[in-house]
Design a protein around this ligand. Structure first.
Ligand code: GTP
Ligand code: MG
Length: 174
């Protein structure tokens, strides 16, 4: 029997950037074209084996709608890891991501591991002019704020597992 380490992880980001879709891809390897907006928050778990260790992700998927914004601190307060998600085709969602990173640094646990995630990169395959947030912008913010950085597609699955595996490698095992 492998030792099991639990990691409390929260997802934050503007409405419709694909937070729930990233979780659905990671937990069920599935995608829904018309995913309904999250109400309040959703809780899901997923286990992953890394070397001889089992990591159990305890995932709080928060709602991006403004009317739920006041709930967020409840979910990030005890989190050991956070995914701050934006949509690479929506500049406003990157501005919102900056705000979340700032808030986490001010309010969350001092040793929280934060991954900045630019989602929906599949949309650039069809039409590269859809990209509105340069990869370099994401990289720069990540470097300045000491974040992990990924560009993902919940639709194709590109890089989704990698985000969680990297977090698993970076959270100190007890
Ligand atoms: P809230 O719960 O309202 O905060 O939204 P959310 O961030 O959880 O977004 P959600 O996962 O519900 O996705 C919103 C819409 O974007 C849905 O129609 C998804 O199918 C779509 N979507 C999510 N991820 C991707 C992706 O990687 N590529 C594409 N093309 N569409 C995506
Ligand atoms: Mg959602």
């Amino acid at each position: 029997n492998n030792p099991v380490t639990s990691i409390k992880l929260v997802l934050l980001g503007e409405v419709a950037v694909g937070k729930s879709s990233i979780v659905l891809r990671f937990v069920s390897n599935d995608f829904a074209e018309n995913k309904e907006p999250t109400i309040g928050a959703a809780f899901l778990t997923q286990r992953v084996n890394i070397n001889e260790h089992t990591i159990k992700f305890e995932i709080w998927d928060t709602a991006g709608q403004e009317r739920f914004a006041s709930l967020a601190p409840m979910y990030y307060r005890n989190a050991q890891a956070a995914l701050v998600v934006y949509d690479v085709t929506k500049p406003q969602s990157f501005i919102k991501a900056r705000h979340w990173v700032k808030e986490l640094h001010e309010q969350a646990s001092k040793d929280i591991i934060i991954a900045l995630v630019g989602n929906k990169i599949d949309m650039l395959d069809e039409d590269p002019t859809e990209r509105k947030v340069a990869r370099e912008e994401g990289e720069k913010l990540a470097q300045e704020e000491n974040l992990l950085f990924f560009e993902t597609s919940a639709k194709t699955g590109a890089n989704v597992n990698e985000v969680f595996l990297k977090i698993g490698e970076n959270v100190p095992l007890k």
